[in-house]
Design a protein around this ligand. Structure first.
Ligand code: HMG
Ligand code: MG
Length: 327
């Protein structure tokens, strides 16, 4: 008897979006807190493999202070080494005008800014007040927009904060509205420490929509610290949200967010979306092969359940999957 290739059995659920944008943050959020400094060539190869796997929305790196995030001090080298396929995006996170200028000089044509719903994380992550960080993000949005550069806006600590506990939803929707009014095209609500549950997700998304952010401008950026992120995606899908962030292998966290662990793994998200009959344009096996390749290159196993299960099934070596997806 031969094993059949594991794939999700497809059973659509009425009322969910037919297609979802998966916004890949692996090379940025996934790597930013890793303590072994990863060579730029590996980071660039990671981006290349993600594009080959069908990624069209990729956050490649960040142009933040290298003293704050040493891992991504090589942002310009990575951008220079990655060829962006036609029709695909290469986005960089920038915390201020200095970062925007560095990104533009490196050839980036789309950026993301980050604010915090809470005072504590604005201070810990951006050395600013909550309002000061929003002002700085608005300044970046204005300067980028003047150059025709689209901007994505993250509102971090949108569901809970390690220092302040429960976060007032008004603080989230006010920050989201300010970024959107300034010109941010997408507002990514960040569960930076992974504490959201489906009812809370429903409430925060519903109130964000009620604050005037259009449905097609809302994305969710979920960390999987407490294993709730897929349940939260499902709750948001039921409200019509059709953009979700994920990191290949489930890597990632912010080093300035106490207690945070990895992002929702791209493979785990895609397994569920494909099972629901929702299109992503992504090749699940090539994503899992990318995780396997990176784990081997670093000697560190990534947390994705799906990548681990597919590797255990042993049906593809990393390179046969990559070659198949390139054929
Ligand atoms: P600061 O120390 O207050 O900055 O940091 P400053 O303006 O006083 O400048 C200090 C020095 O840093 C100066 O150098 C600047 O030039 C330099 P010096 O004159 O002393 O030699 N500097 C820079 N260098 C390179 N690129 C830059 C830059 N800016 C200043 N862009 C700052 C303030 C905002 C810069 C700092 O706090 C910072 O970089 N923070 C970013 C931290 C970070 O990247 N965190 C992770 C990303 S956010 C995240 O993961 C959450 C998210 O995933 C959503 C979620 O999960 O919810 C997005
Ligand atoms: Mg994050």
């Amino acid at each position: 008897m031969t094993l059949s290739a594991p794939t999700p059995r497809v059973q659509p659920e009425p009322g969910l979006p037919a297609r979802v944008t998966v916004y890949e943050v692996g090379p940025r959020d996934g790597l930013q807190a890793e303590t072994d400094i990863i060579p730029s060539s590996i980071k660039a190869e990671l981006c290349r493999r993600l594009y080959v796997a069908g990624t069209t929305n990729l956050e490649v790196t960040s142009f933040v202070s290298p003293a704050w995030i040493p891992q991504l001090a090589d942002a310009a080298e990575v951008v220079a080494a990655v060829e962006v396929p036609s029709g695909a995006r290469a986005v960089a996170l920038v915390p201020n005008l200095r970062g925007l200028q560095r990104a533009v000089d490196a050839g980036i044509r789309e950026v993301a800014v980050v604010v915090s719903a809470t005072e504590s994380f604005a201070k810990a992550n951006l050395n600013n007040t909550r309002a000061g960080a929003i002002d700085r993000a608005v300044e970046v949005i204005a300067a980028a927009s003047a150059q025709g550069i689209p901007v994505r806006g993250y509102v971090s600590m949108a569901f809970g904060d390690p220092w302040e506990g429960a976060v007032a939803t008004d603080a989230v929707t006010a920050a989201a509205a300010e970024l959107h009014a300034a010109g941010a095209r997408t507002i990514a609500l960040g569960d930076t420490i992974g504490v959201a549950t489906p009812g809370l997700t429903t409430r925060v998304v519903t109130e964000t929509l009620a604050a005037g952010i259009p449905l097609d401008a809302v994305a969710l950026h979920l960390h999987d610290t407490y294993g709730q992120s897929l349940a939260n995606v499902h709750a948001a899908l039921r409200l019509g949200v059709a953009e979700f962030d994920a990191a290949v292998g489930g890597l990632g966290r912010c080093p300035y967010a106490k207690g945070a662990t990895g992002n929702l793994a791209t493979e785990d998200l895609v397994w569920m979306l494909h099972g629901l009959g929702i299109e992503t344009g992504l090749d699940l096996r090539a994503l899992a092969a990318t995780t396997e390749w990176l784990s081997r290159a670093r000697g560190i196993r990534a947390p994705s359940n799906v990548a681990r299960a597919l590797a255990a099934a042993g049906l593809d070596t990393p390179d046969t999957a990559l070659e198949a997806s390139q054929a």
